[in-house]
Design a protein around this ligand. Structure first.
Ligand SMILES: [Zn+2]
Length: 505
């Protein structure tokens, strides 16, 4: 199709296809499918569409809109990918790039998850106005369609539209302009916390964290937060904190109110993971236990850096750690490849290589060739001063971007390092990288600074909305409490509140 439109930031591919129809004056949905996909039976899918390779081929290479970019920035893929084992993500990616429709949903486990996809399309009225004045047309933003998201973090409640996805519109890509905007959703402050976490999730690009890594992450989290009784997880306490933070009603409406029983999903999250948990379950637990201070993005960064203990490896390491997951040997090989070439890895662990060759030959060949290509240009004898300069430059760029955004998570040293391309190398060799160490100290936020930022953010948001500035609502919005607040931040809060009184007089 000539002149296929370029997706706007955060626009769903569903929406780009709809706009293609409008630009082309194509009124028949079937003909539009024919023009775009050369296939009339494609189902118009909002969350995880397939046939994306076909869309990617519509763009010139110089635009950089390849399959990967389209999947990660213009579909709901990022809310699922960090929570699925790698093997299933690979399957999902294959499905999204090319073939079957329903299978993509099946592959991601969404069909079986407790959180159901939205059945109608939603909009933020204010965002639509902004889009119209900025671009001259409107589009469907992906945040609006995320299950359980009810609010636009910038403006307010989302509005239901008359576009019902299961019924008559199955094969049509409907432009926003053709929808009718119905009533706004009822929201509460928990909805804002949730929506902000989904925004964070959209910024993460992570392809799979194993069940063992998530298991280890939550074990450590419980221990760090003192949620243990003796050496056991204090499930009752966790249950109480989660219900207190979100409210029973909110959780019930979301369909994830944890039961009191042994088999509740909440208990399962703190035990050995045998299946995936949904993004909403992770968000609910992390926000509640940290009182909104530990974001999903930090959690993903930490979980993906968890090393899996090998103590329990039994017979030859061939059994998978969990169903749908890589075997211990495969995990070990992946870890070796993070640091060395396939050839070096083979010399280092010939027995491991031999076992993999026997049991997972196709997989081995595939991963080796992928790593071979990636590492070709890497000089194995690292020029540290050069690496230091390059990384410092990268760090400056990253910080420049992050510092403009009041909503980024705590800018700790670890968090900053995790944004870097060679994060593992940097972490291990920081003593060889003096410029980077200095910049990290300069850029990382102290607790004081981080709390102050959250308070400022809450203050600005309240003001922008024209709401009355109240102490309790500021604290709640900022995820602060009297016990946690540092002295400096208490002083800042007093200032804000006294300023408010003055301006009212
Ligand atoms: Zn909005």
């Amino acid at each position: 199709m000539l002149g296929f439109p370029i997706p706007y930031p955060e626009e769903l591919l569903y929406s780009t296809i709809a706009r293609a129809g409008v630009h082309d004056g194509e009124t028949s949905p079937k003909q539009l499918l024919d023009k775009v996909f050369n296939n009339r039976s494609v189902i118009a899918t909002v969350d995880l569409p397939s046939h994306i390779e076909r869309l990617a081929s519509q763009y010139r290479d110089s635009l950089g809109l390849d399959l990967r970019v389209l999947i990660s920035r213009h579909t709901l893929w990022p809310i699922y990918s960090p929570f699925l084992p790698r093997e299933r993500i690979r399957k999902l990616n294959r499905w999204m790039s090319g073939t079957s429709q329903g299978a993509a949903h099946l592959a991601s486990g969404i069909a079986a998850s407790r959180v159901k996809a939205k059945t109608n399309l939603y909009v933020c009225d204010e965002c639509l106005k902004e889009q119209k004045s900025k671009y001259g047309e409107c589009f469907w933003n992906r945040l609006w369609q995320v299950p359980l998201v009810k609010v636009c973090p910038l403006h307010g409640p989302l509005y239901t539209t008359n576009i019902d996805l299961d019924g008559e519109h199955r094969h049509s890509h409907i432009p926003v302009e053709s929808s009718r905007i119905l009533e706004p959703l009822k929201i509460e402050s928990a909805d804002r916390v949730f929506a902000n976490q989904v925004v964070e999730l959209f910024q993460v690009q992570n392809e799979g964290i194993s069940f063992s890594q998530w298991t280890e992450f939550y074990r450590r989290l419980a221990s760090n937060l003192g949620l243990l009784r003796g050496r056991r997880i204090d499930h009752a306490k966790i249950h109480e904190v989660v219900l207190e933070f979100w409210g029973k009603l909110w959780l019930a409406e979301a369909g994830i109110l944890p039961s009191d029983t042994e088999t509740s999903w909440l208990r399962g999250l703190f035990r050995k993971h045998r299946k995936s948990f949904s993004f909403s379950e992770h968000i609910v637990v992390l926000s509640a236990l940290s009182n909104g201070t530990f974001g999903i993005r930090n959690a993903i960064a930490e979980a993906s850096s968890m090393m899996i203990s090998r103590k329990k490896t039994s017979v030859r390491g061939q059994e998978p750690v969990n169903a749908n997951e890589l075997s211990r040997d495969q995990i070990e090989w992946e870890r070796l490849l993070e640091q060395s070439h396939p050839k070096e890895a083979r010399q280092h662990s010939p027995a491991l290589y031999a076992r993999l060759y026997r049991n997972h030959r196709d997989w081995l060949m595939q991963i080796n060739s992928a790593n071979h290509a990636e590492n070709k240009s890497v000089n194995k004898r690292v020029d540290w001063p050069q690496r230091d300069r390059q990384t410092a430059k990268e760090l400056r760029c990253i910080f420049e971007k992050l510092s403009k955004d009041l909503y980024v998570p705590h800018l700790s040293k670890t968090f900053l390092i995790h944004q870097l391309k060679h994060r593992a190398t940097v972490e291990k060799n920081l003593y060889r990288l003096p410029r980077c160490s200095a910049l990290l100290s300069l850029y990382s936020e102290s607790t004081d600074e981080y709390q102050a930022r959250r308070l400022t953010r809450a203050y600005l948001m309240t003001k922008e909305k024209g709401l009355e500035i109240k102490r309790w609502s500021l604290l709640r919005e900022a995820g602060l409490s009297d016990e946690r607040m540092t002295d400096t931040v208490s002083a800042l809060l007093r200032n804000i509140l006294s300023e408010k009184t003055h301006s009212q007089i």
